[in-house]
Design a protein around this ligand. Structure first.
Ligand code: B12
Ligand code: SF4
Length: 494
């Protein structure tokens, strides 16, 4: 069958810092291709809605599959599905991905018949079965499938996460994918899931707190097939288990694969496994992102981060000694006032690392969805991108954005200070020489995208689709938040 895979457009953060290949769709695409289907993929982070409609008319797909990882993209996906369905009533439209899995019923309600079903959980195992079942079987009997008439049993976890190597050839204009000076940059997955349980995060509830690893040989096969000189490791928490990280590294070394790597991990994992990170530095690891989240132990406890400020400090010291460039994240509490923003600016100016700020946002699938939702200040999905305030702010909203953006600007300027600009300049020149312009564009775009007036005005856009809050403000038993019910929590000891 002809199937068109679609990734929605970028959110604010991706307009500046990065743009990455739609790995989930490439994995689902690999599974559909293995079942003999004819596929095309259109990534709206690069292409426009007009391109999508032209592709639809040209390819004449019998099914369209949208990826919906980000809640803020929900209205866009609903509108696109409605337009495509109006063009051809017979086309089968389905949606999968992280956020879709948590708000399946709501998505179908807004789509009003334009979306035929939502697929909850990982898509590789079920996508081909779903297509095969069309017109043959009642779709609502399939695991993870939710239709307007009812839902099938819970989705099943795949036995091996490396069963389908991503169909990377489906992503067109690959030179558009980058992160900072890693331009161009591919993405790769070594592990799936997270065994921790932070209150603001849904990475662990999606996979039922399970944690699976790709076989080193399969991961190296995948890496070897990547042409880009840089790779973004998409794992939620990289290198939790040192033996797996070393085995991956040895396989990469044995094959003589040379690339530069970016990854995201936890401070305590870095402290515990410092020799792993030092070894990976020798293999090409250069950039790393650590979610510090709070500047005091009380804040870390509130987020159930299961770590301490002293561990965060040790981790930064270790990373500096290894020679890694680190970006850290702090969660902005909507209760922050001018003094608090000033204190953060002061702290950020005192450390070497690049500091990112994200605004506390309760998402469906997290525990904070139940504890914070009674306070929601907006029901607009589009504002759920952790760059907007969706909870009431202590400062007047406009003032809050002024402080937020002023702080981000200071941090950005520090990042691109005299030394940084010089380095960025020489990096930019070498990228330009190779025809890569993503990084250079990023350097000049900040003020246009991060703009307090724009962020404030975003709250007053007409609201067509409103978020459906939970029926009661009681936290359900944790297991009920899980998309994949499967496994017990994995070993954290490393
Ligand atoms: C890598 C990653 C990114 C990459 C994005 C890569 C991309 N182009 O998609 C980058 C770094 C750009 C990114 C940015 C952001 N991210 Co992010 N990201 C992730 C992360 C860590 C892994 C996603 C991934 O690639 N996994 C590997 C692939 C193979 O899995 P997958 O995409 O989930 O796909 C599987 C299933 O979801 C499903 N599936 C997916 N699509 C489809 C489609 C169909 C039809 C079917 C059947 C199935 C299906 O099957 C796939 C295979 O099993 C997730 C956490 C997580 N564990 O999911 C957060 C996560 C998705 N990100 C999140 C957030 C908040 C953001 C930002 C808003 C953060 C910010 N600082 O502003 C930005 C916004 C980005 C944007 N859209 O513009 C949140 C989402 C919250 C929400 N509910 O909306 C998550 C869940 C992290 C978290 N802990 O809360 N992110
Ligand atoms: S450690 Fe990271 S991925 Fe895991 S639950 Fe906490 S924030 Fe989410």
């Amino acid at each position: 069958m002809r199937i068109l895979l679609v990734h929605p457009s970028p959110l604010m953060y991706s307009e500046i810092y990065l743009r990455l290949e739609p790995l989930g769709l490439e994995r689902v695409g690999a599974a559909l291709r293995a079942a003999g289907h004819d596929l095309r993929l259109l990534d709206l982070q690069i292409f426009t809605a007009r391109d999508l409609f032209a592709e639809f008319d040209d390819f004449k797909p019998r099914a369209v599959a949208f990826s919906l990882n980000y809640l803020a993209n929900l209205p866009e996906v609903v509108d696109l599905a409605k337009t495509l369905k109006a063009k051809d009533r017979s086309v089968f439209i389905f949606v999968g991905g992280h956020s879709a899995s948590f708000v399946a019923d709501e998505l179908l309600m807004h789509a009003d018949g334009a979306i035929d079903c939502v697929v909850r959980g990982e898509g590789e195992a079920i996508a081909a079965q779903l297509i095969e079942a069309l017109g043959e079987r009642d779709l609502k009997t399939l695991p993870g499938v939710v239709t307007p008439d009812g839902a099938g049993p819970p989705p099943r976890l795949m036995d091996r996460i490396d069963r389908f190597i991503p169909a990377r050839d489906l992503a067109r204009r690959r030179s558009k994918y980058f992160i900072g000076s890693f331009d161009p940059c591919a993405s790769i997955e070594f592990t799936r899931g997270c065994p921790w349980d932070c209150t603001f995060c849904s990475a662990w509830t999606f996979y039922g707190r399970s944690y699976r690893q790709a076989a080193p040989e399969a991961a190296a096969d995948d890496l070897e097939s990547i042409r880009e000189p840089n790779a973004f490791i998409v794992d939620d928490v990289a290198f939790i288990h040192p033996e797996h990280a070393f085995a991956l590294g040895r396989e990469i070394e044995r094959r003589g694969i040379r690339k530069q790597y970016y990854l995201e991990t936890r401070a305590d994992v870095l402290c515990r496994n410092r020799e792993v990170f030092a070894y990976w530095y020798r293999l090409g690891l250069r950039l790393m992102f650590i979610g510090l989240e709070a500047m005091d132990d009380e804040g870390l406890k509130r987020h159930r981060k299961r770590s301490k400020v002293s561990i965060n400090e040790d981790a930064l010291e270790i990373a500096r000694k290894i020679g890694l460039t680190v970006a850290v994240n702090l969660i902005v509490d909507p209760a922050w006032d001018e003094a608090r923003f000033a204190a953060v600016r002061e702290w950020a100016a005192s450390v070497e690392e690049v500091v990112h700020l994200t605004v506390a946002t309760p998402y469906p699938g997290t525990e904070t969805w139940f504890t914070e939702v009674p306070k929601l200040a907006t029901f607009d999905y589009r504002l759920f991108d952790i760059q907007h305030a969706v909870l009431p702010t202590r400062l007047p909203l406009k003032r809050f954005y002024e402080e937020l953006v002023a702080t981000q600007q200071v941090l950005n300027r520090k990042h691109l200070g005299v030394r940084g600009l010089w380095q960025a300049g020489s990096k930019a020149a070498s990228l330009l020489a190779r025809g890569q312009t993503n990084f250079i564009r990023m350097l000049w775009k900040f003020s246009r995208v991060y703009n307090p007036e724009r962020q404030y005005q975003d709250h007053f856009r007409p609201l067509e689709y409103a978020i459906r809050p939970p029926a009661a403000d009681v936290r359900p038993p944790v297991g009920q938040l899980y998309v994949h019910q499967g496994r017990a929590s994995a070993d954290l000891s490393g």
